[in-house]
Structure formats: C-alpha cells, structure tokens
Design a protein around this ligand. Structure first.
Ligand SMILES: [Zn+2]
Length: 465
C-alpha cells in the first residue's frame, strides 16, 4: 500500500501538510520568498502601515487556505485491511465515493453459524469528499438458527483518523428491509479507520505487558500454543513475598471470542489497577492470587476473526468435549485444551479457585451467569458478586443472575465438573449503557476493569465457601 509522507509542516500556520496538502506547500515556499522581499520593504515603512499591510495579507490568504484544506484529494479512494485484526468482505464501487462493503463473517468447522459481527478497515484519500459506505451481508446464523443479525441499528461503528484514538460515528442509517447499515461522512483528513468497536490486538497487549513487566508482584508464563503457533499467556499477580497459605484465588479470562475487544480493555484496566500502587490494590495482592488469561484466541484476533479458532471451533463452547488425555482435542482446539489444563491443574494441585470470570461482549445486554449446577454456595457467590457490580461499577445488568436462563457456554459447566471451579460468564453490550449515559468507549471499559477486579476480590474475601 502506497504511503504518503505527511511529516512536513507549516510552522507559521500550525497546520500540517496532511491538512493543507502538497500544492499549498509549494505555494508556501513561494510565499516565503515574497514575504522576505516584503520584510525588506517593511524596514522602510511605518509600523502602522506595516500592520495594516499584514492584516490585508491575512484576509487575502485565509480563504484560499481554508479552501485548500477542504479540497478533495484527486487520488482514488482505496481500502486496506492488511494489518492486525483487519477484516472486510467484498467491496463494490457504486461511484467514486459510494461503496458497498460486505462484512466478511466467519463459519465454524461445519460450515454453519456464520457470524458477521466484525469489520475493521482503513480508507485512504477520503479528504473533502462526501462518502457513503453501505455495510451489507449482515445476516448470519446463531446456535444453528439461521437469520441472526449482529450488526443492527443500535450498533453504531467507531472511527479513527490516526488508528489510535477512536470515537463513535454521530449517526448511522439502517435499512431494515435489506439489513444494511449506511454511513455518510466528510472529513478534513486523508485517512479513516472504521471498525465495529475499538480494536484491541496483540500489539496492544504487548504494550501493556511492556509497561508492567519487571513488577516484583507479576509473573508472565506461556501455557501453550494456539493452532497457528501463537503464545497463550498466563499472568499471575500477587505479593510473592508472602506465603500463599491463606490467599484467595481469582481468575479473569478475556477474548475467547476475537471480535469482543471490549473484554480486552476491561482486562487491561483490571491488570493495571491490581499491579498499581493503589493502597487497596496493595492490600489485595497480600491476600489474593490473581490469574489472568488476557487473550484466549490470539489467532482470531490477528486475522480479524469472530468467534472460532483457526480450525473453526468456538473457543467458548466445546469445553466439556475437550479431553485433556486426548491428542485429537489438543490438535483441534489447542486454545481450550491449554486453558482448561492450566485452570484444572491449578485447582486440583495448588489451591481451590474462588471465582473465575470470563469476559464477553454482545449487542443488547449486560449480564452474568454461573454454571447450571445445584450448588447453593456457588449461587450465593454469583448473587453477591452481582450486587457488588451493581453497587460499585457501571455494569448495566438489570436482571439478577437467579432470574436468567442458564448459560449455554459450556465453559463454566466443564470447569465446575472437572474441578469445582465457580466459573461465571460476563456479557457486556456494545450498545447504549444507560448507567454511563452513552455508548461505552474503550476508556469506559478500562475504568470498569479497575472496579471489576476490586469487586471480584471483595466477593471472594467475604465469601463463606
Ligand atoms: Zn463471546
């Protein structure tokens, strides 16, 4: 992909070339020569006349500068998904500025359950143009029921002009009949990145780890390799100088589903808080062992996947089928196999796990759910945890866990059956959070993560299990 160098700037106007454009840079050079000549003349003029002259120059220059800043780039608009997490299906050009873009979606190993809930792409040469993007091919299948649509009127995309800072589009049209989302925009810069929600890739995780590495209370280990050979990481945070004898244990797992980047921002907030110098975090490190699996499907995250590993298996299902003595399970679903082994081995041979939470995103609701088992202590823990979330965080879950149908995920049931692990699924919506009063941003997720890890620790420290 051809990259344009935007690094030169106009110090006298404080505008960058990316805003004003190359033609004006040449114009500016000429202007500098003219300016110098006028400077010589100025030596012979009075201050008042000179000030009037400068004002006149500004009035004459301002309109063409503004016009140039808005002027459309002449190069054709191009699309790019050749980066971590990038994904888009077929692109049809309806005109120079109107594009129909299919959401790629992903099928499982049986060619079923296509889910179209992730797109992340960059467009170049968009400056000063009225652009229309139609997002199509949104209809998929969920739990073998055709017709599921994950991208809806309420799931407004995010955009960025630098690939780092993101915000939601102010509006999006939605055509219910054809099931397509329509975006209109006009920008004063050349590039735009567009995504379903703010992306979080292995590179983001790496910068988090680089910033906390070296902490005496942190250990990072690799528990296995994914289907495509990427590392599956496990972080342990506790005060290692203190004996583990009376410590409680909590686990937090993020990103079983690749598109659900919200969980990664939550995990990042939790990891940052618990490793910080915050007085409560210090006290908690003395009393609790925190375990984090920050990215359960790095293959899916890298390729811009949805919910299946590289072999087409849903990383939040199949946990019961995965037999730790069976090499076929390991070959087909290494992510589940290594995670299950790490969790079960720990619970069986080191200490019982007091609470394990695995983070997910969906469209419409915040909710938590434990395993469908008859264990009053487990149910009590889930209810207590829910009360803490509602009292101390922006969790927008209006339905108590006891009033919800049981989770279908299989992760919590498998872990309970294998090692009595009280594993709880948390779903968080990508649409309006009424308690926040807005569509949740990445910063909101990070803040939530900080509050969440405190709630998890408090829930187990006050437990009667
Ligand atoms: Zn999920």
């Amino acid at each position: 992909m051809h990259e344009i160098n935007h690094s030169r700037s106009f110090p006298f106007l404080g505008l960058s070339l990316s805003v004003v454009g190359r033609p004006f840079f040449i114009f500016h050079r000429r202007l500098s020569v003219v300016g110098f000549l006028f400077f010589i003349v100025w030596c012979r003029l009075s201050v008042v006349r000179f000030s009037f002259f400068i004002l006149l120059c500004c009035l004459l220059i301002a309109p063409p500068v503004a016009a140039l800043a808005e002027a459309p780039t002449s190069a054709p608009i191009s699309f790019n998904t050749n980066f971590d997490g990038g994904s888009l299906g077929k692109i049809e050009c309806l005109s120079d500025t109107h594009f129909r873009c299919a959401v790629r979606g992903e099928y499982n190993y049986q060619g079923r359950n296509r889910q179209a809930s992730w797109y992340y792409f960059r467009m170049d040469n968009v400056r000063g143009r009225d652009i229309t993007i139609e997002l199509t091919d949104l209809v998929g299948e969920y739990d073998n029921r055709p017709g599921a649509i994950a991208i809806k009127k309420t799931t407004r995309p995010v955009f960025s002009s630098d690939g780092k800072t993101w915000q939601h589009f102010e509006s999006m049209d939605y055509d219910d009949k054809e099931a397509k989302a329509i975006l209109h925009f006009r920008l004063t810069h050349d590039r735009i990145w567009i995504a379903h929600i703010q992306p979080y890739t292995s590179r983001d995780l790496q910068s988090l780890l680089d910033s906390v590495r070296g902490s005496p209370d942190l250990r990072i280990e690799t528990i296995g390799k994914t289907a495509q050979g990427r590392d599956l990481l496990l972080l342990t945070v506790t005060n290692f100088a203190r004996p583990d004898t009376n410590k409680k244990v909590v686990w937090l797992v993020a990103r079983q589903h690749a598109w659900e980047s919200g969980g990664s921002f939550v995990a990042e907030g939790a990891i940052r808080l618990i490793l910080s110098g915050d007085p409560e975090a210090r006290r908690l490190r003395d009393r609790v062992i925190f375990k984090f699996i920050p990215m359960a499907d790095p293959d899916g995250v890298a390729r811009g996947g949805v919910r299946f590993n590289a072999n087409g298996y849903d990383v939040n299902r199949h946990w019961e089928e995965v037999d730790l003595r069976d090499p076929k399970s390991l070959a087909a679903m290494p992510e589940i196999w290594y995670m299950k082994k790490a969790i079960v081995d720990f619970a069986r041979s080191e200490r019982p796990i007091d609470l394990l939470l695995y983070l997910h995103n969906e469209e419409d609701n915040d909710w938590i759910s434990g395993a469908p088992v008859s264990d009053p202590a487990f149910q009590k823990l889930v209810e207590r945890f829910y009360d803490l979330l509602m009292a101390e965080t922006t969790f927008d879950g209006r339905q108590r866990p006891s009033n919800r149908p049981d989770s279908l995920s299989g992760t919590s049931l498998a872990l309970y059956q294998a090692a009595k692990v009280p594993a709880v699924l948390m779903e968080q919506k990508v649409t309006m959070n009424k308690r926040l009063g807005r569509l949740p941003t990445a910063a909101d997720r990070v803040e939530f993560g900080k509050a969440l890890i405190r709630c998890m620790a408090r829930a187990v420290l006050n437990a009667e299990r």
